[in-house]
Design a protein around this ligand. Structure first.
Ligand SMILES: [Zn+2]
Length: 342
């Protein structure tokens, strides 16, 4: 179902932040996605005017019509009423919750996959659902059937159970292995650097870049012994006219097994640390992209966009982890801290 675009649209790419608060959700876990005024016991959707949850915003309560935010009554920051917002391009989901988007009202039309945040707030690009979301179901990560078209979510529990506390990360000691502790802010801009043309391998680096080598040491210092490799002078499998990032020494394959709870926990912790505080660590280290367990993660702006990954290799036995050029040269801010560059 194609929905009409509306005049007076929010400027730029808009983002939806789902803030579903249970009684147990503390203020620390809620920031910065819970506006002052958010109350325990109901879910809230906040629509922002840009992709980084900034600019003007509107708040739409969930619960008026079951678990469907009333997209027909969006009131934007200019005081205008929308039938439907037409510029959403990403969504932020608070820990412990899932959503499913529909391109029709009343959970009709096409539906997205269930998008869940189970470890830290997750960001998803809406891609195919850009400009066409008109209803949405929210459910607990522990009760995803509530996000289905015929799910039980339409009748919200009067007293929703508190959001499950995220499993505390195995908290590596700050400054593991002599590396500086994680930064909570970084002035480095997110940046994606593609590899050069294949040109018969002329642009290969002959080995790992200094940044990729330090990243290997950082991973081992923080998560223990692991097989990490991935220098390989070859064309990009998806685009043979380009060199693979593996051929320019900026991609590491960190072998972790998605079937191992211990490894899964480690990677979840890694993702949490890269994504926290506006992706400060990812930006400071010059991390640009990674793939793990059928999902791909792109550092964009001050967020990490998570999408499903449908490539031939599901990456269930390793994390493919790329650095941008500045990071590979140890020129981003983290690597300038004492002890970081070795
Ligand atoms: Zn790889």
């Amino acid at each position: 179902m194609k929905l009409p675009r509306l005049a007076g649209a929010l400027a730029g790419a808009a983002a939806l932040a789902v803030t579903a608060l249970g009684a147990g959700a503390g203020p620390a876990a809620a920031a910065p996605y819970c506006p002052a005024g958010a109350k325990a016991g109901f879910a809230k959707v906040q629509l922002f005017a840009d992709g980084n949850c900034g600019g003007g915003s509107v708040i739409v309560k969930i619960g008026v019509e079951g678990d469907r935010p009333n997209f027909r009554a969006f009131t934007n920051y200019d005081g205008k009423v929308y039938n439907v917002s037409n510029t959403r391009s990403s969504v932020a989901i608070a820990d412990g919750y899932c959503i499913r988007l529909f391109d029709g009202l009343n959970y009709g039309g096409d539906q997205s996959n269930v998008l869940c945040a189970t470890s830290g707030t997750a960001y998803y690009g809406l891609f195919a659902f850009n400009d066409r979301t008109s209803s949405m179901r929210v459910c607990r990560a522990s009760a995803q059937a509530g996000c289905a078209r015929g799910g039980s979510g339409a009748t919200p529990a009067p007293n929703p159970t508190p959001a499950p506390n995220p499993t505390p990360a195995p908290s590596p000691s700050p400054g593991a292995g002599g590396f500086p502790r994680d930064v909570t802010k970084a002035s480095d801009a997110a940046r994606y650097d593609d590899a050069a043309a294949w040109a018969g391998g002329r642009n290969c680096t002959g080995g790992f870049t200094p940044g990729a080598k330090r990243m290997q040491a950082w991973l081992r210092a923080n998560y223990g012994k692991a097989s990490i490799g991935g220098y390989n002078c070859r064309p990009n499998t998806a685009n043979p006219s380009k060199t693979s990032i593996h051929g320019v020494g900026r991609a590491n394959d960190w072998f972790r097994d998605a079937g191992s709870p211990k490894h899964r926990k480690q990677v979840a912790d890694f993702i949490r640390r890269m994504s926290a505080n506006g992706a400060a660590m990812a930006r400071a280290m010059g991390v640009q992209y990674w793939i793990w367990n059928k999902k791909q993660y792109s550092v964009r702006g001050t967020s990490v966009l998570v999408r499903s990954y449908g490539g031939p290799n599901p990456h269930t036995d390793h994390v493919h982890l790329e650095m941008n050029l500045a990071g590979s040269r140890l020129q981003t801010s983290y690597w300038k801290l004492p002890g970081a560059a070795g």
